[in-house]
Design a protein around this ligand. Structure first.
Ligand code: NAD
Length: 247
């Protein structure tokens, strides 16, 4: 492990453009379970069932059932950024990383102080009015306070949608995420099994043309074979601290 840590530290020192890709695994230490882990909803309820409900068509057809499920399973506990989130924010301040592309919807990178965060699946604590002529934006407190299960806009009475990318919807900031990843010299993936597309596709494309791919994840990922260094750990914060202490 020590030689792998040294190797990552050296790559970070030499790279003029390091980008970090994060998935649900970076937030488990903060107290938010991932989907595929032992406490995750894919294990508890089945992936097909979740994908059938957290789906744009289902949302449009059955908003009541959608919100009953969403409120039960997607209401994140009030947690604070983990050491890993804080380390990444500190690394950006030191000029060691240029951007974070994240699949997470928990806002923890931003709360930790990271400035350039490309959140491709949106943000769970924001709700948008679905009336195209209305610009209503609401926070979690508004939605928690509504009397019924389904929240409506208090300006025009139209259904609100969580500002998260549902199955069947395109990701947000597609171009910015793709460009950041493909222009990187060093890419560090943290806490993602690299299953979800298109992000996994961007990382795959990066690995085809550039050597310096680092993967830090508990367990297997679909691009382990392409990584220059793969570290299997669930103590990401401590690991990032060890790496940074060598730079
Ligand atoms: P995933 O479930 O495919 O991968 C998470 C990976 O992280 C797994 O391989 C797991 O073994 C690993 N992991 C778990 N704890 C870890 C730790 N402490 N350190 C290192 N690795 C750890 O998740 P994904 O590919 O990121 O995303 C699936 C989808 O789930 C995404 O669309 C994302 O939006 C959504 N999601 C988001 C959150 C969040 O915002 N915190 C939480 C759950 C799911």
């Amino acid at each position: 492990m020590q030689s792998q840590i040294e190797k990552i530290a050296t790559m970070l020192k030499l790279s003029k453009n390091t980008v970090v890709v994060t998935g649900a695994g970076i937030s488990t230490e903060a107290g938010i379970p991932d989907f595929r882990g032992t406490n995750g909803i894919y294990r508890k309820l089945g992936e097909d069932r979740v994908m059938g409900i957290i789906n744009i068509d289902f949302f449009r057809q059955s908003p009541h059932e959608f919100y009953a499920f969403y409120r039960k399973y997607f209401a994140f506990p009030p947690v604070k950024p983990s050491k890993a989130h804080q380390m990444l924010a500190a690394m950006e301040s030191r000029g060691l990383i240029k951007a974070i592309v994240t699949q997470n919807i928990d806002n923890l990178h931003q709360q930790a102080g990271s400035k350039r965060v490309i959140a491709i699946h949106g943000t769970a604590d924001r709700y948008l009015c679905t009336n195209p002529g209305c610009d209503g934006v609401y926070d979690q407190a508004y939605v928690d306070a509504v009397a019924g299960v389904v929240p409506y806009c208090n300006q025009c009475g139209t259904l609100l949608k969580p500002d998260v990318v549902l199955f069947g919807e395109p990701i947000q900031h597609f171009g910015a995420a793709q460009e950041a990843i493909l222009q990187a010299r060093l890419l560090i993936v943290i806490g993602s099994s690299l299953t979800v597309y298109p992000l996994a596709g961007f990382v795959k494309e990066f690995s085809t043309f550039t050597q310096d791919l680092v993967i830090i994840n508990k367990g297997y990922t679909h691009l382990d074979h392409a990584a220059t260094v793969k570290i299997d750990t669930d103590r990401t914060g401590d690991l990032l601290e060890s790496i940074c202490s060598r730079i």
